[in-house]
Design a protein around this ligand. Structure first.
Ligand code: PSV
Ligand code: MN
Length: 430
């Protein structure tokens, strides 16, 4: 028997925090009522919100300099699912897992699906990986994959994506996320448009193989590991590709994949308008693709992205149905704690953005009341909705204080004993 956190333990922890939460919830309820906001509606929205955790996020990440593995790391995808189960059990906002192939390859996908179901988890978009060479792979991706100059290497990368679709079908997923590292490191290394043409030809084959109810999410990234030019470097290239491919192709926005200071919320707004917003890889950053915890550095930016998302949701923007996923690398924290906290921050931004009275905002904008509009948005951002998030967790049998409950449970200590370091656990991200 492996250790798991019992419902009784969570209940006992919650009892210690219930009275304070009831007080804070009532006080916030009165404050919101004065502003014409019904706290119960906010709690219902918090309870309905969900974001996927990345299977690779529960292993300790690393940089190109080093990786410092933590105790009790998951040794395989089944262990990873156990950790994802704890994140959802305590936080109650992450009912899905986004897998990464080949990192999560197994012999028996129905066993994996059952394992997930035992934690009330299902699978979100499957990520393909043609940015590394898999063990035993015939042709190398050193100089590219879906856009490689060699047709054999391109065919191999296409085949890998088709296999990911097949695996995703077995897992009950309905989307494939494609991020390629392809590009060039030297001017003259590659013909910029020929590379894009090859991308389109490869993606066409993948697109044509999508099952009826599936989508393909195209993920752009400015740079790294291709430092001179990346084939799908920005939302313009991604949008061009998705438009040419057809309605099942959409653009995935990873928050870390833009130049510093880029107005990401405006990119999100444009993609919503074009009905091409696939969804998100949430994370935070200071300099580049830092893969820091969501909301840890710039929570205002996260909030402004949600300001656009809630606006689209409430006005029922056509074709609006984004997939919310986290993509982070936890190098110096316990990944379970980071993912609980990140999901909480994402849910916080969603609830904060929901506080804004959209009709009032539209009215002040129509009057060109500049500061009036800004104050409405800012007032929502500075409102501490923590009691709403805690109450949403409590009502869904989660933990009022999930990180304190996780620490008190001794889960990591138990896993350190159950999962002795075999020297084989890999982070996924390096
Ligand atoms: C690339 O930087 C990325 O954002 C892609 O989503 C990958 O699948 C993921 O990180 C993990 O390396
Ligand atoms: Mn990503």
């Amino acid at each position: 028997m492996t250790f798991s956190i019992s419902a009784d333990f969570i209940g006992a922890q919650n009892r210690k925090a219930e009275a304070a939460l009831a007080e804070d919830y009532a006080a916030l309820g009165r404050q919101l009522e004065r502003r014409g906001v019904d706290i119960e509606k906010m709690t219902a929205r918090a309870m309905a919100y969900a974001v996927a955790v990345p299977s690779w996020g529960v292993g300790t990440g690393g940089t190109r300099f080093a990786r410092f593995p933590g105790p009790g790391e998951p040794r395989n995808v089944f262990d990873k699912i156990d950790d994802c189960g704890v994140i959802h059990q305590l936080g109650r906002v992450t009912p899905t897992v986004s897998p990464h192939i080949p990192w999560d390859k197994v012999d028996d996908y129905s066993a994996l699906r059952q394992k997930a179901a035992s934690h009330d988890l299902t699978f979100d978009a499957v990520n393909s990986n043609s940015f590394q060479d898999a063990k035993g792979q015939k042709l190398s991706y050193k100089f590219g994959s879906l856009t490689h100059a060699d047709p054999g290497t391109r065919a191999q990368a296409v085949e890998h994506n088709l296999e990911c679709i097949e695996i995703g079908r077995k897992l009950g997923s309905s989307a494939l996320t494609v991020w390629i590292a392809d590009g060039s490191n030297f001017p003259g290394q590659s013909n910029l448009n020929a590379a894009f043409d090859r991308y389109m030809a490869s993606l066409r084959e993948i697109y044509d193989a999508l099952p009826k109810d599936w989508s393909v999410f195209l993920e752009h990234k400015l740079y790294e590991p291709a430092f001179y030019s990346t084939v799908i470097s920005d939302w313009g290239s991604s949008f061009m590709a998705a438009s040419e491919l057809g309605p099942k192709a959409k653009c995935l926005v990873d928050l870390g994949h833009h130049a510093p200071n880029t107005n990401i919320e405006q990119i999100v707004a444009r993609l919503i308008r074009a009905q091409k917003l696939a969804g998100f890889h949430f994370n935070d950053s200071k300099y580049g693709d830092d893969d820091l915890d969501s909301g840890s550095v710039d929570p205002f930016r996260l909030f402004l992205v949600f300001n656009e998302l809630v606006d689209a949701e409430l006005r029922k923007a056509p074709g609006f149905n984004p997939a919310y996923m986290i993509d982070q690398s936890h190098n110096v924290t316990d990944p379970i704690e980071s993912l609980i906290q990140s999901a909480n921050e994402i849910q916080r931004a969603y609830v904060q953005a929901s506080l804004i009275d959209r009709a009032v905002l539209a009215a002040v904008q129509a009057e060109s009341d500049v500061l009036g509009g800004h104050l409405l948005v800012k007032q929502a951002f500075v409102t501490d909705v923590s009691p709403v998030l805690a109450e949403a967790r409590r009502r869904k049998s989660g933990a009022i204080d999930p990180i304190a409950t996780y620490r008190a449970s001794g889960y990591r200590r138990h896993k350190a004993e159950e999962r002795p370091d075999s020297g084989t656990a890999s982070a996924g991200i390096v």
